[in-house]
Design a protein around this ligand. Structure first.
Ligand SMILES: C[S@@+](CC[C@H](N)C(=O)[O-])C[C@H]1O[C@@H](n2cnc3c(N)ncnc32)[C@H](O)[C@@H]1O
Length: 272
């Protein structure tokens, strides 16, 4: 078992600051925060970028790729470094990146365009909204989440993306045998996610609940940054049990982690 050392904290951006800096309007899957409606937005004219309007409510994302193929999703792709490497390593796979950060989507598309990589598409959507509304049942070969916002304050922990409700949504979207890769620099987050397992429907693919090094796994921008600082990373790999019988015909509801006005309180699938 690996000893968990609390990571020395680097200055990190706060999601609420991102919202107020880069959003000109609420995005699909509005997290419930009061979003600034003005502010700078970088226009993205890359053919790899798929505007949310293009995806009709309930339309699944396979239509945005111009070919059939296994589908993999990176949630919170940031500036696209990981996604680009994965797309090059696995040209047969269709990679979808999503991020709520407009500038991140812009940079991801720009890098992929400059590299001439074709098997990437980028959407700017809240992850749970995307999974609940635009991913077909049991259609994802893999889901990658690298260095998600750690929400370090105790009172904010329920805002963390990965929790038991989220795992149920993943089980709905992952194909049998599909993999869930998770990496964090934050010991407390790693511990919290490790405690969600064993979870019915998932099988650990590692000898330990998590490891500090995952051979052949490309680095994201944040992972690189933490490595440079000699800070530990925690990797988890779970796969969806091939024997698992999915009970849901529709995506399971994921409660919103954010406080909302009473009339809007409810579940993601209904409120977004
Ligand atoms: C700390 S950054 C890490 C970026 C990248 N994965 C990396 O490792 O370099 C977290 C990213 O997740 C995005 N993000 C946070 N919550 C999200 C959500 N609910 N849905 C989609 N993206 C989200 C943020 O905008 C940010 O770009």
């Amino acid at each position: 078992m690996i000893e968990l050392k609390p990571a020395k904290r680097l200055p990190r951006f706060d999601i609420s600051k991102i919202y107020s800096k880069v959003l000109d309007r609420p995005i699909a899957g509005n997290t419930g925060n009061s979003l600034a409606m003005t502010q700078r937005m970088i226009h993205i004219d890359s053919p790899l970028f798929v505007r949310e309007e293009r995806l009709k409510d309930g339309e699944d994302v396979t239509s945005i790729f111009d070919r059939q193929g296994p589908l993999a999703l990176e949630i919170g792709c940031g500036t696209g470094d990981f996604l680009l490497q994965m797309a090059r390593l696995h040209p047969e796979v269709n990679f979808l990146g999503t991020d709520i950060y407009n500038k991140g989507c812009y940079k991801t598309c720009r890098k992929a365009d400059l590299a001439g990589v074709q098997n990437i598409r980028v959407v700017r959507m809240e992850a749970r909204h995307l999974l609940s509304n635009h991913i077909r049942r049991e259609s994802l070969q893999a889901v990658y989440i690298n260095c998600p916002d750690p929400w370090p304050k105790k009172r904010h922990r329920r805002r963390r993306l990965i929790n038991s409700d989220f795992l149920q949504l993943l089980l709905y979207c992952l194909s049998p045998g599909g993999r869930f890769y998770f990496c964090t620099d934050f010991a407390d987050y790693a511990q919290g996610v490790a405690e969600l397992f064993p979870c019915q429907g998932f099988r650990n693919q590692l000898p330990e609940p998590f490891v500090n090094h995952l051979e052949g796994y490309p680095s994201s921008k944040y992972m690189e940054r933490f490595r440079r600082e000699d800070l530990p990373l925690y990797f988890m790999v779970q796969s969806k049990d091939r024997e698992y019988r999915l009970e849901y015909l529709e995506p399971p509801p994921v409660p919103s982690p954010f406080r909302k006005p009473a009339e809007q309180r409810g579940i993601w699938a209904e409120t977004t």
